[in-house]
Design a protein around this ligand. Structure first.
Ligand code: SF4
Ligand code: SF4
Ligand code: FES
Length: 910
């Protein structure tokens, strides 16, 4: 800590900050534009000027930029100094010279950093009477709107998009006062993180195009803390609702998880909540009847009593996209032995392996923040940009951090972005990418290696053996020079690192890969270099479901096939996405009764006898466990309408109807959680997860609506002349109201970042313990798994040899797509526009000149006709098939297939 003096008063601040960080952290209001807590300082906008004094006798001082001046011991500054204040007002005036002043029609209005800073600096009147320069805007695709006239040339957009996120298609163009931030031509922004520009740009140049299609002002959004449901990382989000429609998703800062950013799937994938495919009423479906009649609750109860007469003939199929609470309610209904995980066979075995590794060691799970701190990393088998995008974003920080470490020897502070980046140009991070196909992160890698999953597992085993030749299993012989070079360099870099990291996951459907990754971590631990391990799992509650100890889906199929069970209760799941269609058809045909509880109509719900409308994450509270084992609560943003209700409430009704659970009569979610924590010790910490309902409610619950929420008394006037009472919420310490407790919300319950004078996302500064640090009161959530403390772990045995291919066969490996592989987000128009059409990826050497031609693929009894996409780097003997893409059958990949190229009616094998 050091002491600095502001307006003559001493303050203790953390060493290594700049003056802007220090002032903001102390709660002072000091305007800024180009500085961003994650992007650092470049001193471009000149807005953060303060007066610095040599010592207590210096009365003249000099103007300095706070963001470029270290907060060293004894530094003396004044924010209020009239000359500094005048300087800031003048800067703002000239930044605004060409600004269109179109706040009333600007989507940013009311949450605009430029508006806030204009008020803060006291710039009230425009005196410049010359014509403003104008720009043409670009069509940047489905996610972002472009209005360049509002630009104040702070350069934050390119610094995030290009420098931080590695995007190459947005840049600063032209010169002089025609400087332009855009693409060289119109077209969708290519980066998977483009949506962050909405929050990074301090004015309304980049705004949310999907939000524009159902726009409402920030203060009219009802918000609640939530968690992203589109991959397994558990990024924290702030969804906003108006008139029963989910309008947008914004980032909710979490120091250890997502920090300041989201990926575009997480930001734009929410529109399934508003989908016309939502199930809104309980339905009875009978064979041969065209329309399913909606049911009353009484009728549902009667039907349930009829269907659930024999508890020991029930099967429950849980879901990795449903909350812990709903999965547990299903488990309680059917019994632990008859509760099955509704995931594919390969996801099931990968999950079991992953949980075993996280529990037994050899390494703690890495947080996203921890990933950004790694100084050497091996990515084994996972295309993280597509399956776990924020992992990729954080791995991209390795180059910067490497330069910052070198810079620290020359007293170059890490926040000095321009200086560190100058150094970074020459640095290549110790990032080693071993994947089945080339990935978008390869441009950051020191070395890449492309091979089928089994060969990648062999590579992992070899790295472990290079680190621990006496202990780790495997052989030293028989691989290519490229393999040996990769093994040697990776092992050396990991061993030399202070924070080594291994990243793997279930993306390749290979447990051998995950075991090989664990071996590398074990070997490092035995060499006294404890590593962290990042395991990527596919869905938002994959790990939570795995920790519940559910059986494999195959067990459910078998029980019904053998006549041991005949009634299925399927929770938030489309089984046609989990297994091949013929097997699921057989299951649904063989079952006497099928009850589906879901929020969307799916192929599975279409074949159910009884369909019950479940609430989405936006309408129900729950708990999700992310890939590192962190349990995090989500809160309903809006009340469930009509007969829609949380899945666990339907399951409670079924349990009561089946008359088998007087002791399971949970009235509130808290009761259910207590039962869950009691019955399954791994979930014991859940009861401590959130502030109890009573804590923040001395003066009422925390309002989900802002204190400026408009039109409340009239928004339901077409239905009621009087204003109805807000809906009650028995499960959360939050109210669907603008009234309630108006003190600071505990961190897990923050529904919006706002402070007087700070209407933009930058208000977050007021909620952190220090700038860029944890939220006041601690970040939300708690980890449920930590590795065993002992060193008694073991290596996994070396994997068996790779798949042997016969003449004419290829190994099909899954290629994941951030836009396309997740069925929920594909119901968002923006996301589906960005998804590719089905294709088959081949190496150019395997099919020279075949780009765009048609091939016939035979695999697992399917015959598919696909367009060829040539991707350099695809290993010999393999081809890539998009995973989970619409229009393709669900296949267990990797799989062996046969390809023949169809060219002008003739067919020839590849
Ligand atoms: S577009 Fe926005 S972020 Fe980019 S320079 Fe202009 S004002 Fe700054
Ligand atoms: S990285 Fe995953 S959890 Fe985070 S925003 Fe993207 S899809 Fe959601
Ligand atoms: S914030 Fe300091 S110069 Fe821009």
């Amino acid at each position: 800590m050091v002491t600095i003096y502001i307006e003559g008063e001493p303050y203790r601040v953390k060493t290594g900050q700049n003056l802007l960080q220090a002032c903001l952290g102390l709660g002072f209001d000091l305007p800024y534009f180009c500085w961003h807590p994650a992007l650092g300082s470049v001193g471009a906008c000149r807005q953060c000027a303060v007066k610095q004094f040599r010592d207590e006798n210096d009365t003249r001082g000099e103007i300095v930029m706070a963001c470029m001046t270290p907060a060293d011991e004894g530094v003396r500054i004044s924010i209020q100094d009239p000359e500094a204040a005048q300087f800031r007002a003048s800067v703002l005036e000239w930044l605004m010279i060409n600004h269109p002043h179109d706040c009333p029609v600007c989507d940013e209005g009311g949450e605009c950093h430029l508006q806030d800073m204009t008020v803060m600096t006291g710039h009230n009147y425009r005196e410049c009477r010359f014509p403003k320069r104008t720009h043409r805007n670009q069509d940047l695709g489905p996610f972002l709107n472009h209005e360049m006239n509002r630009c104040i040339q702070c350069y934050r957009c390119v610094r995030f998009y290009h420098d931080y996120a590695g995007g190459t298609d947005l840049n600063v163009l032209a010169s002089h006062h025609h400087v332009y931030f855009g693409r060289s031509g119109t077209g969708p922004l290519e980066s998977e993180f483009s949506g962050n520009l909405v929050e990074v740009c301090p004015t309304g140049v980049f705004t949310d195009k999907r939000f524009k299609s159902h726009f409402t002002r920030k203060w009219d959004l009802q918000c609640a803390p939530s968690v992203c449901v589109h991959c397994g990382l558990g990024c924290n989000t702030l969804p906003g609702e108006r008139y029963g429609e989910l309008r947008r998703i914004r980032n909710r800062y979490h120091h250890q998880v997502n920090g300041y950013f989201l990926c575009d799937r997480g930001r734009y994938g929410y529109e399934f909540v508003n989908s016309a495919r939502r199930i809104r009423q309980p339905l009875r479906r009978s064979p041969g009847e065209a329309a399913a009649p909606p049911l009353t609750e009484r009728e549902v109860r009667d039907l349930a009593a009829e269907f659930l007469t024999e508890p020991d003939r029930l099967i429950g199929i849980g879901s990795p996209r449903a909350s812990l609470e709903s999965n547990f309610a299903l488990r309680a209904l059917v019994g632990a032995d008859r509760f099955h995980a509704g995931v594919s066979a390969s996801d099931f075995s990968c999950l079991a392996t992953g949980i075993g590794i996280l529990r037994e060691g050899p390494a703690p799970a890495a947080t996203l923040q921890g990933i950004g701190l790694a100084d050497a990393a091996l990515v084994l088998g996972e295309d993280v940009t597509q399956t776990a995008p924020l992992v990729a974003l954080n791995l991209r920080r390795m180059r910067y951090r490497k330069s910052a470490r070198i810079g620290s020897d020359f007293r170059l502070p890490e926040w000095n972005d321009a200086g560190v980046r100058e150094l970074a140009q020459l640095q290549v991070p110790e990032l080693f990418m071993a994947t089945p196909v080339p990935t978008r992160l390869d441009d950051e890698a020191k070395r890449t290696y492309y091979a089928p999953p089994a060969d990648l597992a062999a590579l992992g085993v070899a790295v472990a053996r290079a680190l621990d030749p006496d202990g780790a299993p495997g052989t030293d012989s028989g691989e290519s020079p490229a393999f040996h070079a990769m093994v040697q360099e990776t092992a050396e870099a990991l061993l030399a690192a202070a924070h080594p990291l291994i990243v793997t996951g279930s993306g390749c459907g290979s447990t051998a890969l995950m075991e090989a990754a664990a071996n590398v971590a074990w070997a490092l631990r035995r060499r006294g270099r404890p590593a962290e391990l990042a395991l990527c799992v596919p869905e938002c509650n994959s790990l939570g479901l795995g920790l519940m100890g559910a059986g494999a889906l195959a067990g459910a199929f078998q029980a019904v096939r053998e006549g041991r069970a005949d009634t299925l209760v399927i929770l938030e799941n489309d089984l046609y996405q989990r297994a091949d269609a013929a097997t699921v058809d057989d299951l649904l045909r063989a079952a006497r009764h099928v009850i589906v509880i879901d929020h969307l109509e799916t192929e599975t719900s279409a074949k159910a006898d009884l369909v019950l409308p479940a609430a989405t994450f936006a309408e129900a509270d729950g708990t999700l466990v992310n890939n590192e084992g962190r349990a995090q609560r989500t809160y309903a943003v809006m009340p469930a309408e009509g007969q829609v209700r949380a899945a666990w409430r339907w399951l409670r009704l079924l349990t009561r109807a089946a008359d088998q659970g007087a002791e399971r009569s949970w009235e509130r979610l808290e009761d259910l959680r207590a039962d869950l924590a009691n019955q399954l010790p791994v979930f014991a910490p859940l009861v401590r997860l959130a502030p109890r309902i009573e804590v923040p409610t001395a003066n009422g619950r925390l309002p989900r609506q802002s204190h400026r929420y408009t039109g409340r008394t009239s928004m339901g006037a077409h239905l009621h002349v009087s204003e109805p009472k807000p809906p009650a919420d028995a499960d959360a310490p939050l109210a669907f109201s603008m009234e309630g407790f108006d003190g600071p919300a505990p961190a897990p319950l923050i529904s919006r970042f706002w402070a007087p004078g700070w209407n933009s996302v930058q208000a977050l500064n007021k909620f952190q313990m220090e700038i860029g640090g944890p939220l006041r009161g601690g970040d939300p959530g708690c980890r449920l798994i930590e590795p065993a403390a002992s060193d008694s772990g073991r290596y996994f045995p070396a994997p068996e040899s790779a798949t042997q291919l016969s003449e004419g066969e290829v190994l099909l490996i899954p290629i994941h797509h951030i836009f396309g592989s997740d069925p929920l987000s594909m119901l968002s128009p923006g996301v589906s526009q960005r998804a590719p059409s089905p294709y088959l990826a081949l190496a150019p050497e395997a099919a020279p000149g075949a780009e765009g031609e048609t091939v016939r693929l035979e695999v697992d009894g399917h015959a598919l006709t696909l367009r060829v996409r040539l991707i350099p780097g695809i290993p010999p003997g393999t081809a890539g098939l998009p995973a989970g893409l619409r229009g393709l059958p669900v296949l267990a990949l990797p799989a062996v297939g046969r390809i023949s190229l169809k060219k002008r009616e003739e067919e020839r094998p590849i």
